[in-house]
Design a protein around this ligand. Structure first.
Ligand code: 5GP
Ligand code: MN
Ligand code: MN
Length: 331
């Protein structure tokens, strides 16, 4: 019923109707890729009064600057105050939309496309599939139901999204259906090697040296959660300044920390304000990190979650430690 409602809502937009696409703050590959992939689909339907946006600083991280459709992006403070239709991507709750949350009320209709189990169904129409590996899986299905065939521009966006949220097809979410979708995307002629190198394997030399500093101060605590180990580190704004780097370069650090064999849980605490830290958490299965994140005002998935913490880096890690016992998954 929700699928039919979503299709009807898009079809109901007149050719000159205004559509606003919003993805979550600090957008990742799934947020941007899902949003821009859907944008290309709408353009193919002749709906071209289209704006795409996300809250916070309007800067697109360098790895995503090759995505087709960036010209559709509008800074959050300049978007249409009352569009006919608003569509949200990869946001589990309204808080992920920042200042743009009011558009849910001013828009004629709202559709939420997402895959977080913790999604609060804050849209008028909610297409939320917690079994989907990425929001782009939901986007592909909606485009299919709208009769939009995949083209290489749509495919490139959806591929970036799918590759990002499956850890390049390594995580358990990588089902046969994920590979079948990847096959449909690849069949449009996109070049996965170029895309992966741009997204995952290209950072400035200053970032490589910054990783050295941040990894040198990593800590391992063997008994953090009922005998389960915690590996963690932090990165300050000073670290970024020292090497003249942008915050996006810190994203891959969680993958280096979580490879700690002894640790079940890992986290990277990244300074985003004077006493404000963006936290990335990962679990190997012993702990439900989304429970820790939700308890601390954030959200996410069982094995990958995050939140914004206050105080110093030590205070933030102390808050995580205090929630770990309660988040241990009993087998
Ligand atoms: P990452 O560590 O890659 O930034 O985020 C991992 C997962 O945690 C993402 O799927 C995202 O949904 C969730 N997440 C990260 N930070 C936040 C946050 O501040 N608030 C909420 N609600 N979810 C977050
Ligand atoms: Mn995301
Ligand atoms: Mn996602």
């Amino acid at each position: 019923a929700e699928w039919a409602a979503a299709v009807a809502a898009v079809r109901a937009v007149p050719a000159d109707g205004r559509i606003l696409l919003i993805c979550h703050v600090n957008p990742d590959g799934d947020a941007l890729g899902s949003m821009l992939g859907f944008a290309h689909g709408l353009l193919r339907l002749g709906l071209d009064r289209l704006q795409a946006t996300f809250p916070g600083p309007p800067e697109v991280p360098e790895p995503f600057r090759g995505l087709p459709g960036l010209e559709l992006l509008v800074p959050a403070d300049r978007v249409d105050p009352a569009p006919d239709l608003v569509v949200c991507f990869d946001a589990a709750s309204e808080s992920r939309l920042g200042t743009l949350v009011d558009r849910l009320d001013t828009a004629g209709t709202s559709i939420v496309l997402d895959h977080h189990a913790s999604n609060t169904r804050f849209g008028g129409i909610n297409l939320v599939d917690p079994h989907a590996a990425a929001t782009s899986v939901v986007v592909e299905q909606l485009l299919d139901r709208l009769g939009v065939p995949l083209d290489v521009r749509i495919a490139e966006c959806l591929y970036v999204a799918l590759a990002t949220d499956t850890g390049s097809f390594r995580f358990d979410v990588t089902t046969p259906a994920v590979h079948q979708m990847a096959a449909r995307l690849l069949a449009t002629g996109l070049r996965p090697g170029d895309i992966s190198r741009r997204i995952f394997d290209t950072r400035p030399f200053g970032a490589v040296r910054l990783y050295g500093d941040v990894l040198t101060r990593a800590r391992y605590e063997p008994e953090a959660a009922r005998g389960l180990g915690l590996a963690w580190t932090y990165a300050t704004r000073d670290d970024l300044t020292r090497y003249d780097q942008r915050p996006y370069v810190l994203e891959p650090l969680i993958d280096s920390i979580r490879c700690t064999a002894e640790a079940d849980v890992s986290c990277v605490v990244k300074q985003v304000g004077d006493d404000e830290w963006a936290v990335s958490m990962r679990s190997k299965g012993g702990v439900d990190v989304s429970r820790v994140a939700v308890a601390l005002g954030g959200g996410g998935h069982r094995l990958a979650a995050g939140f914004t913490g206050r105080g110093g880096a030590d205070d933030v890690v102390a808050a995580i430690r205090a929630e770990l016992d309660g988040a241990v998954i009993n087998p």
